[in-house]
Design a binder for this molecule. Structure first.
Ligand code: S3P
Length: 168
């Protein structure tokens, strides 16, 4: 069975890789942020603005439990950047599938996420020159969670992992 969970900071490529695998294999792909938005009938940005981050973290935790009982067969899940770092979620993720941390440098993450920053409440107010430092700082706090993943892929390893995954 293929039960794969993609983790990593905002901009690490979780959703992009999930969509690529889905397109190549047809394996069911769930993006956790999209799941929450459909369940709640509003955007992540609205949830943060109206109820704050902690209410979002509670929804995120509940959504993982919903998925745990609803997913069957082969599936892929792309988490939000903060998912593994709250509410014991990393233990839960490690118990339901193979977790993969997509490890990307702060500089590259900043380059990728600056253009669409208004969709991501945690970074919406940062200017380009402050963003890399913010990422470095938050990543420093989050990495202990991410590094508990079953597999860690650096940027230059994703392509060969993808090829191998398709061959299995
Ligand atoms: C967050 C990342 C976002 C989304 C929310 C909070 C985070 O997901 O869950 O804005 O705490 O890093 P992406 O990593 O898919 O952008």
């Amino acid at each position: 069975m293929k039960k794969v969970i993609l983790l990593g900071f905002m901009g690490s490529g979780k959703s992009t890789l999930g969509r690529r695998i889905h397109a190549a294999t047809g394996i069911q792909f769930v993006d956790l942020d999209t799941w929450i938005e459909e369940w709640q009938g509003r955007s992540i940005r609205e949830i943060f603005a109206k109820e704050g981050e902690m209410a979002f973290r509670e929804m995120e935790h509940q959504a993982l439990h919903q998925l745990q009982s609803q997913l069957s067969g082969d599936w892929l899940l792309a988490c939000g950047g903060g998912t593994p770092c709250f509410g014991g979620n990393m233990d839960l993720l490690n118990s339901i599938g193979t977790t993969i941390y997509l490890k990307v440098s702060p500089k590259e993450l900043a380059r990728r996420i600056f253009p669409g920053k208004e969709h991501r409440p945690l970074i919406a107010n940062y200017e380009q020159d402050e963003l890399e430092e913010f990422i470095r700082d938050l990543l420093g706090k989050r990495e202990a969670y991410y590094e508990r993943a079953h597999l860690i892929l650096n940027e230059n390893e994703v392509g060969s992992w993808f090829k191998e995954f398709l061959e299995k």
